[in-house]
Design a protein around this ligand. Sequence first.
Ligand SMILES: [Fe+2]
Length: 519
Amino acid sequence: MDSNCGKYDFSVLCRHCDNECSDAVPCQLTGTLPEWLKGQLIYNGPGLTKVGKNEFCHAFDASALLQKFEISNGMVKYSSRFVRSKTYEQNQAAGTITRAEFGTPAPASKGMFSRLLDAMDPEKMFSDNALVSVIGIGEHHFAMCETPFMLQINPDNLDTKERINVNKRYGLMTQSPHPIVASDGVYTVGQGVGVTGPKYNILRFPLDGNLKEGKIVASVPARWRLSPAYMHSMAMTENYAVLIEQPLAVSLSELLSDIVSNAPFIAGLKWHNEPVLIHIVDRKTWKQVKTRYVADPFFFMHIANAYEDGEHIVLDVPTYKDSSILHNMFINTLREQRGKNTQDYVDSFKSTLHRFVIPLNTKGKDKLITLPGTSCTASWSGNEILLQREKLTQIPLENPCINPKKRALKHQYLWAMGPDPNGGDSGFVMKLDIASGEKFMFMEDNIYCAAPEFVAKPEATNEDDGVILLQCINSQDENKAYLLVLNASDMTEICRASVTTASAVPMPLHGHYIPVTGQ
Ligand SMILES: [Fe+2]
């Protein structure tokens, strides 16, 4: 397969939406909505790339925009609102960018002394621009990113409500924007600081969404004393938590010199050319298992799923060869590459869906993996176990999702999206049957696909019995937004809701489906 993605326009991530659509507008429907499908699909992502004459530097700096498709009574309505973070309000009031973001330095008016003072307090150091995800905990919904702020939103009108600082309550400096809903609580992981150095702290919230009653249940020390790894997501099986300590890490010493020189936060990320270290934490004791697992270096953001199978943990994760994708999402670079993508540039956006099989209870065993049907290997290398991964598909893909009922259980199907692997001006969303390798793909000229969400049919019996919902945008018409409803089993289109908006529609990052109560 030709690996060129020459025509794909990655700058759709930094389209400037200067006019939110606060009054929901009806979409034009083609096809028929399933009668049982009633709910709200809400995406989060970069929205406002400019404030006054100032433009943010990186796609992950733009002010968060919520985009919603509401499905009810055979109709679909579209609306969008900016998340009213403190930073957003402050920027709007000042008419300019007032604080540092991931790739944007602090304004020149902020002197070095002031920047150093701010660094003492995460409330002042980090922007609360929560642009990555929307999550539901109990009846509550939150916009999140990787800074220690959770901004509660009202899904009905996309208003921003309460703001929770998990640094103040639980000491987390960062957090994963992809918490895991388990049977006994909602879990997230973040970087904390202990007397011996940085730690990865697992935080559990109660299922009712009372964030004041959270608890740090486990702490895993970072392997590099002054350099905790970037951890965008974690995984949880029935009995274990899985933390992937990847080579990309925050260098605390670099961060300090960046504050002095006013370099953005991204400059403080350092690639350690060392293996990935996988920590397994026993959920009964919340202690790490003693075995040390390593794998060849890779960068990752999202774990599709992890589950136990016999005495193994199976872990499916899209991996990148390095973290250059983050550096290639500066707004200037995204625009410079438009229409003339270089091979290196395109390659940096390609991830490979890999499976790892992690053997448990290895003491005294010669053959570490006894799972049939996998080419994954595990072997002793000194006092560590070296894991060799297996490629699950040749097609680069991201934002994997599974049937939520299969979380922490053996899944057969996975859905994911990406740019046309043949280099056309389109995106795709696909279903992968992991057992057979069979693929079903939806792709259409000029249509770019956002992260898919699986919604099961009522009383579904098969794992793939349901629909895939996703937002799409049009590469040739920046004012168009679509909701696609696809048959999850073969990816055929069931219904499309189209709308033309007053402002540009940026590509969102992650979505969250909220069914109407009772579904
Ligand atoms: Fe993410």
